[in-house]
Ligand binder design. Structure first.
Ligand code: NAP
Length: 269
């Protein structure tokens, strides 16, 4: 074990900005065609990374990649895959390695929500949420670990949720799935810690993306969620970017197995 009390820094301090520089890094982002995935892709590209954006709809993924490439003058690729399908996940990794050369950073942002009281939900709906949010995250993590391990560097960021930390009525599939993502994150962090790989989860509060359209204008959502948040408002899309850049960068080299809340203080109480 290294000396726990060195008298000097083992590496000279870097100017702050370099800690967050992702130049030379490559990122694969599932759910990258829109919402938080696209916002995080833009964030990583702004910090210097090359990115591949994945969703089931090739035209949407392509449009998103073109937007990022244009806005940040960087290489950005698109790939169509259903991440719940093991063969698609294998194809996605091959496509990413062909386009980017390697995958340094994986962000698992593909996710869905199906809401309703438990007695009104079907087993198929529960399974659909668990398969997309949990099984697909596990498949994508499994796909990238060997390459990261061989290169002795990797960053895996799983999109969990504040609803992986607290309960809310009418969300049994979603809260169960995000709790599972947090536990998967912790366990994989332990498994890969010796290999230069960090694995962390981001727990966002409410962002006004497609996934929240069904509840966006509901009074019940305003009362039970927005009013319960310390900052008393929806998050702005760009407010997810700092967390993603941080966890993907050298600034977070000693951060693994953690859950970083970006929830306006929702879970602080
Ligand atoms: N927005 C929030 O308030 C919030 C809060 C907490 C956590 N989160 C989590 O953050 C992540 C991103 O959410 P978001 O707000 O960005 O949602 P979104 O706007 O609905 O985007 C979801 C993304 O996932 C993709 N996707 C869904 N199923 C897929 C599949 N089987 N294979 C490949 N791609 C798939 C979608 O593309 P296609 O439909 O084209 O496949 C889309 O790109 C999710 O995991 C969500 O649970 C969001």
């Amino acid at each position: 074990m290294e000396d726990p009390t060195p008298s000097r820094l083992s590496t000279p301090p870097l100017p702050g900005i370099k800690l967050f520089n992702l130049t030379g890094r490559t990122a694969l982002i599932t759910g990258g065609s829109k919402g938080l995935g696209l916002a995080m892709a833009a964030g990583l590209a702004s910090a210097g990374a090359e990115v591949m954006l994945v969703s089931r709809h090739p035209n949407e993924a392509q449009a998103a990649a073109e937007q990022v490439a244009h806005d940040f003058k960087c290489r950005a690729f698109a790939h169509a895959a259903d991440v719940t399908l093991p063969a698609d996940v294998d194809g996605m990794l091959t496509a990413a390695e062909n386009a980017l050369g390697k995958v340094d950073i994986l962000i698992n942002s593909a996710g869905i929500n199906i809401r309703g009281p438990i007695t009104q939900l079907t087993l198929e709906q529960f399974t659909q949420v668990m398969t997309t949010n949990v099984t697909a995250t596990w498949l994508c993590c499994r796909a990238v670990v060997s390459g990261m391990r061989a290169r002795k560097w990797g960053r895996i960021i799983n999109m969990a949720s504040a609803l992986g930390l607290i309960g809310i009525a009418g969300r049994t599939p979603y809260t169960a799935s995000k709790g599972a993502v947090i536990q998967m994150t912790r366990t994989l962090a332990l498994e890969t810690a010796a290999d230069g790989i960090t694995v962390n989860a981001i727990c966002p509060g409410p962002f006004l993306t497609e996934i929240n359209r069904p509840v966006a204008s509901s009074e019940e959502f305003q009362r039970t969620v927005i009013n319960a948040i310390a900052l008393k408002r929806w998050a702005r899309l760009e407010e997810i970017q700092g967390a993603a850049i941080f966890l993907a960068s050298d600034a977070a080299s000693y951060v693994t197995g953690s859950t970083l809340t970006v929830d306006g203080g929702w879970t602080a109480q």
